[in-house]
Design a protein around this ligand. Structure first.
Ligand code: ATP
Ligand code: MG
Length: 258
């Protein structure tokens, strides 16, 4: 099996990148893929949820090295098939270092490729920024999942992101998903029912509701499925997993841009 890579990314903060990346990686591992969750955000939120020690996080120079071996930066998690490359505040200058690198576009690709015999799936939790790090990341991954909140400001920031993705020819590798949806709110209902984001990029049919159980992942420090048995939210996460993994492992069947 050849290595597949997916990043959860949006320049906008607080939309659910970490929450979805952790659950996607957990489900990938549970489905038998040798999975690596790569936390690239100096906030280290995924590292925290996965209970991995931030002191084990690489420095920027470890990632930038020509002979980088991502496997050597990975730490075993509490779950079968799931390793984590942790993050810490040490990564705060990674983007600047990538910018100064002689080949900025290949930094992340070099790292992911180094792991192709050890892992089947790399899931990246990206920071909320549009800079040299995100450019290097977006150029290296097979699929980009963009969590969106159905709000006016989210739609506004999506416009700029879509323009950027289009100019970098990345739109056909990008899929959005609505997260934290509260159907009691008119603006949320409108955005979801009209599939507003689908006007400019691919959008998953499944919608992730606002859920106190999802929010608790951060305090209980575990993936959703370790805390809760099946529920509507669990089913929606599983549907998200199966649509995205189909698009990753079976791209000919991936949803087409609308
Ligand atoms: N479906 C959901 N229902 C309720 N709360 C959610 C849901 N998804 C995420 N959250 C909560 O929203 C907050 C932001 O989520 P998260 O940290 O995953 O976003 P992020 O995009 O990674 O943020 P950042 O840009 O800071 O990295 C967290 O408190 C998280 O627990
Ligand atoms: Mg995050």
């Amino acid at each position: 099996m050849s290595l597949k890579t997916i990043a959860f990314y949006n320049q906008k903060g607080g939309v659910g990148k970490t929450t979805l990346a952790v659950n996607f990686a957990y489900l990938g591992a549970r489905n038998g893929f040798r999975t690596l969750l790569w936390d690239l955000d100096p906030q280290a939120s995924a590292t925290f949820i996965m209970r991995v020690d931030e002191k084990l996080a690489p420095k920027a120079k470890d990632i930038l090295g020509k002979n980088v071996e991502l496997e050597d930066l990975a730490v075993r998690s509490n779950f079968t098939n799931l390793h984590v490359v942790p993050a810490s505040i040490r990564l705060r200058l990674l983007s600047e270092r990538i910018f100064e690198n002689s080949k900025p576009s290949s930094v992340i690709e070099r790292a992911t490729k180094s792991a192709r015999s050890t892992f089947d799936l790399i899931v990246v939790d990206a920071p909320p920024s549009l800079n040299a790090l995100s450019d290097s990341l977006l150029g290296a991954i097979d699929l980009l999942c963009i969590p969106l909140q159905p709000s006016a400001l989210s739609a506004h920031s999506l416009e700029a992101l879509v323009t950027h993705l289009k100019s970098a020819s990345l739109l056909n590798r990008s899929i959005a998903i609505y997260n934290m949806v509260d159907m009691r709110r008119i603006s949320h209902r409108q955005a979801v029912q009209n599939r507003e984001a689908a006007k400019c990029l691919q959008l998953l049919d499944v919608v992730l509701p606002y859920s106190a159980d999802m929010e608790r992942m951060a305090t209980e420090r575990n993936p959703f499925f370790e805390l809760h048995s099946r529920s509507n939210v669990g089913k929606a996460l599983e549907e998200m997993y199966s649509s995205l993994s189909e698009a990753l492992f079976n791209p000919s069947k991936a949803p087409k841009a609308k």
